[in-house]
Design a protein around this ligand. Structure first.
Ligand code: AMP
Ligand code: MN
Length: 340
């Protein structure tokens, strides 16, 4: 498949062939795409006889620990030792890794997040990829490495999770071409889905119940607001990690078009996750608050009183919905709905 990305991918192939020792990292608080991209890459480099170490700032969520190689990823705040190159996947900037010391090496940046900061010696960026692992798939092929079941499993895991189980608008024919090849390489999609989605603990289910019971809607009924703090998690017998995926549930209601999820970090500091349907660009909203992500899935970290923050995010998301609705002219004339 010829794309505009032929040049960086070829540079990466040459850079990999010319080097021996690689450190692979991805973003802090890993998800299916960061882990899947990282380990697919690790297995491919192993197949080429390279020395590979994978380092992340945080451990993978429990369900992902069931996939090959995940428990072997080193968890550390900095990387020690010498490497010929660092391959960073799924990170808009190097700071997203949460791992210090990677900038000492020749950095290869592979990412699909809009606004990537081009922080590498080689930068390969493709916003049209539904998952970073789609890019890794192409790289594996360009390296001439056979698609083993382990590599294919990680690529499929990444695509399944980063498309929100094939819900997001980033999906393309290429997405399904790659998934087909993964299945032909021996991936069991039923097993992957069960490992990812059906292997939770009871605390998680109870925490989902508590958080969803307290869910609020904006006056239009199109935006859901969910909130969790440490006390709610403790009372339910779950952890913050257990809330992974919860944000997608309000979107199962037909009328709800966007969700904003506030997780208290400490005091007035909150981690904000957002999801949307269709063309509602909440990635742009996250960017306004110094975060990032994609049109349908994005996040940021903010400080402030929770009531004021909720009001502010509802306003911004309502504006993103208005842009999709074509109500923009109305809003600019000040004749739009409510608070806008
Ligand atoms: P999350 O809500 O944490 O699952 O994140 C959804 C998407 O937004 C993922 O693709 C993240 O990589 C991206 N994202 C979340 N937080 C940030 C951030 N602070 N900066 C850049 N991208 C982010
Ligand atoms: Mn991704």
């Amino acid at each position: 498949m010829m794309t505009n990305n032929t040049e960086p991918i070829q540079q990466i192939v040459e850079a990999i062939r010319a080097r021996q020792r690689f450190v692979l990292s991805s973003h802090s608080r890993p998800d299916g795409d960061s882990i899947g991209s990282q380990l697919a890459m690790a297995y491919a480099l192993h197949a080429l006889g390279k020395d590979v170490v994978a380092v992340n700032a945080d451990p993978a969520p429990g369900p992902l620990m069931q996939f090959p190689g995940v428990p072997d990823i080193r968890i550390a705040p900095r990387v020690d030792g010498d490497f010929d190159a660092a391959i960073i996947m799924e990170c808009g900037d190097l700071g997203r890794t949460g791992v210090e010391g990677l900038d000492r090496f020749f950095v290869i940046n592979i990412d699909h997040h809009p606004g990537n900061a081009n922080y590498g010696q080689i930068n390969w960026f493709d916003a049209s990829a539904a998952a970073c692992a789609e890019m890794v798939f192409e790289l594996v092929r360009a390296l001439g490495v056979p698609l083993t079941t382990d590599i294919a499993t990680h690529i499929y895991l990444a695509i399944l999770t980063d498309t929100g189980s094939f819900h997001y608008s980033s999906i393309s024919p290429r997405t399904f071409d790659i998934c087909r090849e993964c299945l032909e390489a021996g991936v069991d999609p039923v097993l992957v889905a069960r490992n990812v989605y059906d292997s939770n603990n009871m605390g998680r289910l109870k925490l989902f119940g508590a958080v969803l019971s307290a869910m609020q809607l904006d006056p239009t009924g199109r935006i859901a607001i969910v909130y969790v703090d440490h006390e709610m998690a403790r009372e339910a017998g779950g952890t913050y990690e257990d809330t992974e995926g919860l944000i997608n549930l309000p979107l199962t209601v037909k009328e709800i078009e966007a969700v904003v999820f506030f997780k208290q970090i400490e005091g007035d500091e909150y981690r904000v996750s957002m999801r949307s349907k269709g063309d509602i660009d909440i990635g742009a909203v996250a960017k306004e608050f110094g975060g990032g992500g994609h049109k349908n899935a994005a996040g940021c970290t903010v400080r402030g009183g929770i009531d004021a923050l909720q009001k502010l995010f509802i306003e911004k998301i309502d504006r993103a919905i208005a842009l999709q609705d074509g109500r923009v002219a109305e809003l600019q004339e000040g004749t739009g709905r409510g608070t806008l």
